[in-house]
Ligand binder design. Structure first.
Ligand code: SAM
Length: 249
């Protein structure tokens, strides 16, 4: 393998193509248990993080929203409630199983209109440039092979004046919390993955991918490099996750 062309899959160095394939296998494997595992692993706190992120983004009635790596649709449902019937919500995700699972979930909740599903790679979003008022990506960016390219693609999809919100695991800023969190991450989460989803490896990847994700400041600089302005971030729970916001001006 050419070392200039390697990237990370958790703690392993792999080729970019292998990373995309391996991430695909992770989410195809976990799709059926994804929502249950999110609730168990975070003790439901991921719902609060998502609610705060949507509040901060403040979607308005009639807006056109794009949820990248939208998976089973938590953010898309919240966006749809805010943009209303006059707006539009598109979920773009690379993984057919995650999209299918999301669609079933929404049908079960009686949501039959207002959300479109597009299977697409975040690095090359297939939308007209300058078309969305807002874009979101929640717990998705760290799984993307070329994160910088994904930021550029989201920038292109947004209209001028549009805004981006990234909700992602980040770097803890409190040393004591960091030690507790390491214990929880490396011991409890893989155990839960094994017992509940029957797939320990995917949850080891989850924990390792969080450690490899750029910290708050690095991600802020990547957003600026992609063309975004007024970049800012807010830590939640001591930096376990961070909400980055940025504008295309
Ligand atoms: N946004 C959802 C949420 O917050 O619950 C799902 C997050 S899930 C941890 C990560 C999602 O990213 C998966 O649905 C996966 O298929 C998707 N994904 C991974 N790589 C991607 C890529 N290159 N382009 C688009 N989606 C991708």
């Amino acid at each position: 393998m050419n070392p200039d062309k390697t990237t990370h899959f958790g703690y392993r160095d792999v080729s970019p193509d292998d990373k995309t394939r391996l991430v695909g296998e992770v989410f195809s494997s976990v799709a059926g248990q994804y929502d249950l595992m999110n609730d168990l692993m975070s003790l439901g706190v991921h719902r609060l993080w998502k609610r705060l992120a949507i509040q901060q983004l403040s979607p308005r009635p009639g807006e056109q929203a794009l949820d990248v790596a939208g998976g089973t649709g938590d953010l898309a449902m919240a966006l749809q409630r805010r943009v209303g019937a006059g707006g539009r919500v598109v979920i773009a995700d690379i993984n057919a199983q995650m999209l299918e699972h999301g669609r079933d979930r929404m049908l079960d909740r009686g949501i039959t209109a207002g959300i479109e599903y597009v299977q697409a790679n975040a690095e090359h979003l297939p939308f007209r440039h300058n078309s969305f008022d807002l874009a979101t990506i929640a717990f998705g960016l760290r799984n993307v092979t070329d994160k910088q390219q994904a930021l550029v693609s989201m920038f292109e999809s947004l209209r001028y004046g549009g805004r981006l919100m990234i909700l992602e695991f980040s770097h803890i800023v409190l040393p004591l919390l960091s030690r507790l969190y390491d214990h929880y991450s490396f011991r409890i989460i893989p155990w839960l993955g094994d017992k509940v989803a029957g797939d320990k490896d995917s949850y080891v990847y989850l924990v390792e991918s969080i450690r490899r994700h750029p910290d708050q400041k690095t991600l802020g600089a990547m957003l600026e490099r992609a063309g975004f302005e007024q970049v800012s971030w807010r830590n939640l729970n001591g930096g376990i996750v961070a909400i980055h916001t940025a504008y295309k001006l």
